[in-house]
Design a binder for this molecule. Structure first.
Ligand code: GTP
Ligand code: MG
Length: 460
């Protein structure tokens, strides 16, 4: 186990680099004692009430001044980790905070591991695992929507729903167990219909949570959009135009892009991982062949495919072959080079109407049509985002566990309907509760916990 609750831990909690202030955090049973050993102010911190700030200096064991600081005293239990905490606000820059930290370590603190403050908060029951992960999501949020949903999760919106689901599952288990173990003189246990109804009730809650999870994952991780098409149609030019910088190499020669190039950007507020790929054609060498293979894989793995054709020249058999190899329901056909004219051919530029998710005419050169394309990508990728409604489920780990809850409930209901022994139904109901507990942390395997907290930075 990583946890060592007896230790008093310290770390620099602010980012490294020049800045106005830096914060060194000290947490644990001996936090106040260690802080007092290094702090010189008008008051002894031991005598200070909780949630108060004190001006003073930190001095090392030889009495040499280390930095001028503001010490914030936060006493257990109403602190982030649940322990006593002292936070030293030092001068910014790498050195003052590092010297203060060294002084605290010399006075008996231990350097905190990555995420150890948050891990303590979790172990002390101050946060459940969903909330601890939300802390990480807040730090790493790349979009407004991602930040909003992470804040909602930290405030317990998702945890509240999960705990209501847990209640339903516990009721279900109680009913099944009553059926397993029927005492002679008691009232009738709930019949199969009641148990199936309860399982359905739980499933409805699970499904409601899962219903917009694709959107949630997109909000947190970005939607993968693969730009594909035959060589020289302007895929890299389009990538650069959307990014508004020259990221991908553009030349007049077909076969310029070899490797798949990935960049993150916002398209109408939607986080997108844009992937430029090699033009699809019969490769002329091994490197190109590998590039085309990557392009195919990118198209297969992406949430959305941007199939680029030359709007001015019109489509040919090569374009048609590529169009036949992608999934039309998640493909937008983009006619590029509109500045050179538009060949006849209608909506999909002459490609068969396979039920494309959308079509747009653009010029990567002049920028014409790009705003409409951005809106199209956002609306096809996410559908309408309901205003003011937080996206609750954004984490693949949570989604995976909830799917397992759902599967266990389906199996349980099926067993009841088939008249299987209640003992078997009870096993499935237990599975469902265990899977749910993995999300909030009650039954999360140790190695998963470790992996989660290791993703944090030191000092959080
Ligand atoms: N007139 C015009 N030329 C364009 C436009 N977009 C791209 N081009 C030109 O078309 C040529 C090919 O552009 P690229 O962006 O390299 O095309 P690509 O599809 O990435 O090509 P490969 O990487 O070889 O598959 C370059 O000469 C671009 O300047 C456009 O909208 N209008
Ligand atoms: Mg290219």
């Amino acid at each position: 186990m990583r946890a060592s609750p007896g230790d008093t831990i310290a770390a620099i909690s602010t980012a490294v680099g020049p800045g106005a202030i830096a914060i060194v955090r000290l947490a644990g049973d001996r936090a106040i004692e260690i802080a007092d050993a290094v702090f010189r102010g008008s008051r002894v911190l031991r005598d200070c009430p909780t949630h108060t700030v004190h001006h003073g200096r930190v001095a090392d064991a030889d009495g040499r001044e280390v930095d001028e600081v503001l010490a914030t005293v936060l006493l257990s239990p109403n602190t982030y980790t649940g322990d006593d905490i002292v936070e030293f606000g030092c001068h910014g820059g790498a050195l003052p905070a590092r010297r203060v930290l060294e002084t605290l370590l010399a006075a008996g603190a231990r350097l905190a591991r990555r995420g150890e403050f948050t891990e303590r908060a979790f172990l002390a029951g101050r946060l459940d695992l969903v909330q601890a992960e939300a802390v990480l999501d807040i730090i790493t949020a790349r979009t407004r929507l991602g930040l909003e949903s992470a804040l909602g999760q930290l405030e317990g919106e998702l945890s509240g729903r999960l705990s209501r689901l847990r209640e339903t599952l516990l009721d279900l288990r109680a009913e099944i167990e009553a059926a397993v173990d029927v005492p002679e003189d008691e009232i009738e246990p709930p019949g199969p219909a009641a148990i199936v109804a309860r399982a359905d009730d739980a499933r409805a809650r699970v499904e409601e949570l899962l219903s917009r999870c694709d959107l949630g994952v997109a909000v947190r991780e970005g939607i993968a959009v693969a730009i594909v098409g035959k060589p020289n149609v302007g895929k890299s030019s389009l990538m650069n135009a959307l990014l508004r910088r020259d990221r991908s190499i553009v030349t007049a020669l077909p076969g310029t892009t070899r490797d798949a190039i990935e960049e993150f950007l916002h398209v109408s507020g939607v986080p997108v991982r844009l992937i430029d790929t090699a033009g699809w054609r019969e490769a002329t060498d091994a490197a190109e062949e590998a590039g085309v293979e990557r392009a195919r894989a990118a198209a297969a793995g992406a949430s959305l495919v941007a199939l680029v054709v030359d709007a001015a020249a019109g489509v040919d058999n090569e374009d048609a072959a590529i169009a036949g190899a992608v999934d039309p329901a998640r493909t937008i056909v983009i006619g590029n080079k509109l500045d050179l004219g538009k060949a006849p051919g209608g909506g999909a530029f002459g490609l068969d109407d396979r039920g494309w998710a959308g079509a747009a005419s653009v010029s990567a050169l002049t920028g014409e049509g790009l705003d409409d394309l951005r809106r199209l990508i956002a609306s096809v990728a996410l559908g309408e985002i309901p205003e003011g409604e937080p996206v609750l489920l954004t984490n693949v780990r949570h989604i995976d566990a909830l799917r397992r809850v759902d599967e266990a409930l389906v199996r349980a209901a099926r067993l009841v309907e088939r008249g299987s022994p209640p003992e078997l139904v009870a096993i499935e109901a237990r599975e469902a509760t265990l899977a749910l507990g993995e999300i909030t942390g009650e039954t999360t395997p140790e190695d998963v916990l470790e992996r989660i907290f290791e993703r944090f930075c030191v000092g959080k």
